[in-house]
Design a binder for this molecule. Sequence first.
Ligand code: C6P
Length: 417
Amino acid sequence: MHDLAKHAPTAPDWGALRRDFPILDQTVHGKPLIYLDSGASSQKPRAVIDAISRYYEHDHSNVHRGIHELSNRATAAYEGARERTARFLNADKPSEIVFTRGTTESINLVAATWGERHVGAGDTILLTELEHHANLIPWQQLARRKGAQLLYVPVLGDSGVPDPAKVDELLTPAVKIFAFTHISNTMGTINPAAEWCARARALGVATLVDAAQSAGHCPVDVAAMGCDFLVFSSHKILGPTGIGVLYGREERFAEMPPYQTGGEMIVTVDWHDAKFKPAPHGFEAGTPDVAGAVGLHAAMDYLDAIGRQNIFEHDRDLAAYAYTRLSELGGVRLFGPGTDRAGLVSFLLDDVHAHDVVTLADQHGIALRGGHHCNQPLHRKLGVKSSARASFYFYNTHEEVDRLVEVVEKVRAFFNR
Ligand code: C6P
């Protein structure tokens, strides 16, 4: 299926790594905090927090504008983060990395520029039923503007696996772009990104991979994957909020008109016309989030020092354990693949609203997410309004999963009184 199941060479000291996260050392409602909501946003290690403080204490200025020392330092820090991101993704060049506000803005940028230019009336945009609203609504809006059609690879019920036969059927030369999530934020499905990109490429179809749930949790190599675009958010990979990444293959960026216009993205400006810079700066109008880039750089260094393959194995192991333990309780409906899943588990208790599960878990210090997780059509297809989700990172432990299972049992007992 996917190519991520290789074995990690050395096991990191997970307990020591956990102590790098100051926020985890606290009680909530009188109970030790158990943070199982990293799919929404990860916590930050001291190395990231310190890198941002250091930048503001010593190096901050605006970038690309000044010739003074601080501006030069800020520019070096910002461009250094771009170079680091290119290495993080194994991109060919730093110029293939554009900084945005996050996954959502990255996808909107591609839909509004590449999509505006390349998608026309009668064309097809192919998505899967797993897509987060961020990888659905921008395409919906584009399709509406252009008179294009949206098609979805259906998922096979609660398994959360996109139907392989339908991928064969729907991925045709009529498709302009196939935009899909690498890891589903509700189901934990790991899609075969390299395989799908190769098939799309052979048909001349562009690809966009939503790596919001994968970039910080497993190796992501755009060269091996063969995608045209790949997007993710810093805040889900230990970095700060407010910054994200758009990887674009050089030749794709070259065929895109500007997105936002204004300062820093121009070569020359006249009263009635302007000439624009190429990527990456041509897609980064205005003052960028320099401190965010510094924090993201530190996060990528931290993750790669642990090894993303190690993290992948760790999170998968926890999710598999949680899935098994929860499935042993009666009356729990579990979503997503039974095996071969990423580090999150969504579930529902018979006759108990997900919000009640999450609220009661919170009383025990456990942070879960409850709701539709920005996957409303998917939940509707499953015949439910919402689900509860536990999402794991390398700072979580088996003991925390045991505690979650105990609390879910308590919730069930409470509602069955
Ligand atoms: N999912 C979750 O709890 P932003 O908000 O731009 O950083 O990321 C959007 C996004 C896009 N794609 C996927 C697969 C995602 O999981 C997310 C964010 C969070 O599941 C918040 S809804």
